[in-house]
Design a protein around this ligand. Structure first.
Ligand SMILES: [Zn+2]
Length: 151
């Protein structure tokens, strides 16, 4: 399942990426471009009431909640998603790119010294080069993600 989130849903997009879902998000996308993403097989997520009816009902989800966590839960429930823990943290929260494992030596220039000294396991975004390590992706643990989904 792939998504595109409108400009008001940046945090929801981030969460979906954390869960491993391919989620496009751009603040500069025009409405027509956004709607066109449905034709590329993406489910559109929007808070814009004006878009309701402009895409096939099974292609557009109008997100009512304000709280990003409630938004995530409602999308997961509505679509009957079963997020795969093996895919958690597999995408860059900044750009949606896929992450690859990286050698500590290769990322030394891109992480703070104290982080580099304390961690052995790094990954980097193949698209934008952003470096991640355990605990950097978000301040939340896998356990908290599970809890979020179960609430
Ligand atoms: Zn990236």
């Amino acid at each position: 399942m792939r998504f595109a989130a409108d400009r008001m849903l940046g945090k929801l997009a981030k969460w979906l990426r954390i869960l491993g879902y391919d989620t496009l998000y751009s603040r500069s996308l025009a409405t027509d471009e956004f709607l066109g993403l449905a034709n590329e097989g993406r489910i559109l997520l929007s808070r814009n009431t004006r878009l309701v009816g402009k895409a096939a009902p099974d292609r557009l989800i109008f997100v009512e909640a304000n709280d990003p966590k409630v938004q995530v839960r409602s999308v997961v429930r509505l679509l009957g998603l079963e997020p795969d823990p093996d895919k958690f943290f597999s995408r860059c929260t900044a750009c949606n790119g896929l992450l690859d494992p990286a050698e500590p030596q290769d990322v030394i220039e891109r992480v703070p010294d104290h982080i580099w000294a304390r961690h052995n396991s790094f990954s980097e975004c193949k698209a934008c080069g952003k470096v991640y390590w355990e605990g950097s992706h978000i301040e939340r643990s896998r356990l908290e993600i599970q809890r979020l989904l179960e609430e």
